[in-house]
Design a protein around this ligand. Structure first.
Ligand SMILES: [Mg+2]
Length: 248
């Protein structure tokens, strides 16, 4: 059973992240705030540190000069995030609600333009199409909402058996639940581009049958590739030319 993260593994959504983060920040900041339409390098560099989508609005605000300085996020991300929320008097719930509203608005107003901001990685698209054609089940495990993820997968004709979105809870908890439900028999292959998430899986008792792969093409931090712990291997596009069962 293949279980894959979505953002940075199946789809490159960097353009959409900035597009929606910018709109979230501008919706919540005073009218004087300005942000460029083009993706700033600072946002591209900080995006791998994001765990929940709502954090992107805080990064955009920092780039506009509100909350903690953008440079502080590279030094101590969670500290800068907490400081920003405090200074801006924003809550994760409010940011999530605004992000969902921005995306829903984009889908309602110009669905194809919004979908075009997401680019599937060609080697993943080919592999998932191959699994679909062979009738082999695969699932998606993402911190995005299942609705938006399903919309994007459907636009490429992809048919996962299930999408586990942010509504389903933390990834390790979802994996434990799936394992206890017998979703995979022998081993599951879990693809992620967030090393911390994979390290959480490796440290969770009960998830020994999950084979963790850090994908080389995702949103990685420079230090992510250094000294991978036992049980955590890198997956490259070239390796994907081998069908999945041979990856174990
Ligand atoms: Mg990801």
């Amino acid at each position: 059973m293949l279980i894959s993260d979505f953002d940075g593994v199946i789809v490159d959504g960097m353009q959409e992240y900035w597009w929606s983060a910018r709109r979230v920040a501008l919706a919540l900041l005073p009218d004087t705030a300005v942000l460029p339409e083009a993706l700033p390098d600072q946002f591209r560099q900080l995006r791998p540190r994001v765990l929940h989508g709502w954090e992107m609005g805080v990064l955009a605000a920092a780039i506009a000069g509100w909350g903690a300085p953008a440079s502080a996020f590279a030094v101590d991300y969670s500290e800068a995030l907490a400081t920003s929320l405090d200074r801006l008097a924003w809550s994760p719930e409010q940011l999530t609600g605004t992000l969902d509203a921005v995306r829903q608005g984009a889908i309602a107003n110009d669905r194809s333009a919004w979908l075009a901001l997401h680019r599937p990685y060609p080697w993943m698209l080919a592999e998932l199409q191959r699994l679909d054609a062979a009738g082999e089940p695969w699932r998606v495990l993402t911190t995005k909402s299942a609705g938006f993820t399903g919309e994007l997968l459907a636009s490429h004709g992809l048919r996962p058996q299930r999408i586990h979105g942010r509504e389903d809870g933390p990834k390790t908890e979802v994996l434990l639940r799936l394992r206890s439900e017998g979703v995979w028999r022998d081993r599951a292959l879990f693809l992620e581009d967030r090393r911390l998430t994979l390290e959480d899986v490796l440290a969770t008792p009960g998830l020994e049958t999950v084979d963790c792969r850090l994908v080389s093409w995702g949103y990685l931090l420079p230090e992510d590739l250094r000294g991978l712990p036992p049980g955590l291997a890198l997956l490259t596009p070239e390796q994907l030319e081998q069908p999945f069962p041979q990856q174990f």
